[in-house]
Ligand binder design. Structure first.
Ligand code: HEM
Length: 536
């Protein structure tokens, strides 16, 4: 029978302490509190949602999921926020947690107000470590090298510094308009050249690239495409099996080729920086981003780091600016009333005797609104550049584990019907007050009024340069030409699709479409010659 011995119950402090410590350890080791990840689509065991993600234009599927999971967001504590449908959901990609943010409120809360733990980038083995040896600021982890590069980039591209590049951008816009009018069928190529040239001249202060066939355009495009392709998930096996990075070059031709490419690219960037330096020494240099890097205080960036920082701007700025200019042409083709209103504004302010210049910007509110609307309506980087969470975090009751990849669904944020009621229409008026003269931005949408330049500490560092390029190119284009319908053989109007997009990795742009670019008046070419002579 059981015998209960009271004597054995005497209080032994050491034994009690040992018991408490053991119980605590067992609880800490074995008890996993049930943390709720943000909701998400049900996936397969182990592989999770791998097969539910389309290969391209993932932002479309993400936006559908945003609608689907909107209703499950746990905001009982703040019912006033229920209006923000589907702001956060999560996916499991074969064990890798992916968190997608879909509203200004959530990106503001996490990417901006908690930026100390949301500003890292994921590991890019091919694009970041092999091809570029971690010298590309956009792929750099949130550490000392990124801080140094970001500081130097800001010094050369902040709003004041960017003003110094305006004279070269004005010239470049005249070249764009001239080329488009002389060879209207190749308008898309001319936009490509113009974007490459405007970034190139600002970065190196050299003469603009005049022809789309200039070998430099091909080299810049090769650089951009190589990097964006390498950064695309699934392009290289080494991203899934990182151990392959240590294979000897003989067994890994992709690695050998990548390292060879890195050497060539470094030589090109160092050569361009050396040329700027010799122009500076000869007193012939124009203001440029590269010049600000050469003049930086000692102990900032090494010469190789500085040369890559300048070169990176070409990659980051060309494809994006060219994409946004293509969106502009599409919008003008589909919304002729907007185009006519913009042209009337330009004629009233600029007149017909000269091309628009930057000083006109203050008197051209409708053109400023068109630029914001171009970036909002069809964002060229609809998922931005991914982040990596540096520490376990909780948000609105949801658990976001360290190491999760975070995507800001810029497309969904820019098309949030609670912020932009006619979100699928191209409506620059949304950025103006009722008098049509004062800029307004919808609440919560930040300084720009859209999310297309990203967020917080890693917001696009080239946004001032991009806004300047878009202003002068768009104003000059509309001053000189109209974008009219093209017709097929039967005489029927060809209507381009507003939704057919071409996915080029990080950047997305409208799929090729036909339109007719016509001079606005018979004497526009003659006027352009006069304007060009004044500029040169
Ligand atoms: C329409 C034009 C452009 C768009 C829409 C755009 C958009 C973006 C976006 C979404 C990001 C990621 C931000 C984030 O992680 O939150 C970014 C980063 C960046 N952009 Fe742009 N960009 C444009 C033009 C430019 C230009 C002209 C330059 C340079 C001259 C530039 C340089 C960069 C750099 C260096 C980064 C990386 C910043 C970092 O990681 O710290 N961009 N851009």
């Amino acid at each position: 029978m059981f015998h209960f011995d009271v004597e054995s119950l005497h209080f032994d402090p050491w034994r009690t302490l040992a018991l408490v410590v053991s119980v605590t350890l067992v609880v800490l080791i074995f008890y996993k509190p049930k943390h709720n990840l943000p909701p998400g689509p049900k996936g397969l065991p182990v592989l999770g949602n791998v097969f539910q993600l389309p290969k391209t234009q993932q932002f479309r599927r993400f936006t559908e999921w945003k609608e689907e999971f909107g209703m499950t967001f746990n905001l009982q504590s703040k019912p006033e926020l229920m209006i923000l449908a589907g702001p956060i959901f999560s996916l499991n990609i074969a064990g890798q947690k992916l968190v997608v943010l879909n509203s200004h409120k959530v990106t503001g809360d996490l990417l901006e107000r908690r930026s100390t733990i949301y500003s890292d980038r994921p590991r890019f083995i091919m694009a970041g470590e092999i091809l570029t040896r971690n010298l590309v600021i956009s792929f750099c982890g949130y550490g000392d090298l990124w801080r140094k590069m970001r500081k130097a980039a800001y010094e050369g591209l902040n709003v004041r510094a960017a003003e110094a590049y305006q004279p070269l951008q004005e010239k470049d816009a005249a070249v764009l308009v001239d080329n488009v009018l002389k060879d209207p069928n190749s308008w898309a190529d001319h936009l490509e050249r113009s974007a490459a040239s405007t970034v190139f001249t600002a970065v190196y202060g050299m003469e603009s690239i005049k022809s789309k066939d200039d070998p430099l355009v091909a080299r810049i495009n090769d650089f951009v495409h190589r990097l964006t392709r390498a950064a695309m998930p699934g392009s290289y096996l080494v991203e899934i099996l990182p151990i392959m990075k240590h294979l000897p070059e003989a067994l890994a031709p992709w690695k050998k080729e990548g390292m060879e490419w890195h050497r060539k690219q470094t030589a090109m960037f160092q050569g361009l920086l050396a040329k700027v330096k010799s122009q500076m020494n000869a007193g012939q240099a124009k203001p440029s981003f590269a010049a600000t890097l050469i003049e930086q205080k000692p102990n900032q960036l090494s010469p190789k780091e500085a040369s890559w920082l300048a070169g990176t701007m070409l990659a980051a700025g060309t494809e994006t600016t060219a994409g946004a200019l293509t969106v502009f042409v599409l919008a003008m083709r589909l919304y002729p009333d907007v185009m006519k209103k913009a042209q009337a504004e330009i004629d009233a302010v600029v007149g017909r005797d000269r091309l628009p210049i930057f000083q006109d910007q203050a008197q051209l509110p409708y053109i400023r609104a068109i630029i914001k609307e171009v970036l909002r309506w069809r964002p060229v980087t609809p998922l931005g550049v991914p982040r990596r969470v540096m520490k376990d975090d909780f948000y609105e009751g949801y658990f976001i584990p360290e190491g999760s990849l975070v995507f800001a669904n810029i497309w969904a944020i820019n098309h949030d019907p609670t912020v932009f009621p006619d979100h699928d229409e191209f409506r620059p008026e949304g950025y103006l007050d009722e008098t049509g003269t004062v800029d307004v931005v919808p609440a919560e949408t930040g300084n720009e009024g859209h999310a297309s330049y990203g967020f917080g500490r890693r917001i696009c560092v080239g946004l001032n340069l991009a806004n300047q390029a878009l202003f002068i190119d768009i104003a000059s284009f509309l001053w000189a030409a109209s974008i009219e319908p093209a017709y097929d053989k039967t005489g029927a109007e060809i209507v381009p699709s507003a939704m057919k997009l071409l996915d080029e990795g990080v950047a997305v742009r409208p799929a090729p479409f036909q339109c007719n670019i016509v001079p606005r008046s018979e004497d526009v070419n003659a006027m352009l010659e006069v304007a060009k002579r004044k500029l040169w």
